[in-house]
Design a protein around this ligand. Structure first.
Ligand SMILES: [Zn+2]
Length: 77
C-alpha cells in the first residue's frame, strides 16, 4: 500500500483539483470554494490568481465543476 500517492482522497473536502491558468500550480476544487466562496484562489504566493466563478468569464470554473461532478458520479457507483 502506498498512501503517498492518494493525498487528495485523504483530505475529505477536497473533491478535485485543477491547474492554475497562470502558474499551473494545482488548485484544490471543493464545493465549498465553488458554491460558498464563489471563487478559487491560487495558493502560490507569487501568483495569487483569483478565479471568479461568474458566467462572463467562467470557462475555467465550468471545466472544474464538470471535473468535480464526474468524480463525484464515479464515487456514487
Ligand atoms: Zn497561480
Amino acid at each position: 500500500m502506498n498512501h503517498s500517492n492518494i493525498k487528495s482522497h485523504d483530505q475529505g473536502k477536497t473533491n478535485g483539483q485543477m491547474n492554475c491558468p497562470n502558474c499551473e500550480q494545482p488548485i484544490a476544487v471543493t464545493f465549498e470554494s465553488l458554491l460558498v466562496a464563489g471563487k478559487l484562489v491560487c495558493k502560490n504566493d507569487e501568483c495569487n490568481t483569483v478565479l471568479q466563478l461568474n458566467r462572463a468569464n467562467s470557462g475555467v470554473a465550468i471545466n472544474a465543476i464538470k471535473t468535480l461532478k464526474s468524480r463525484l458520479s464515479d464515487l456514487g457507483h
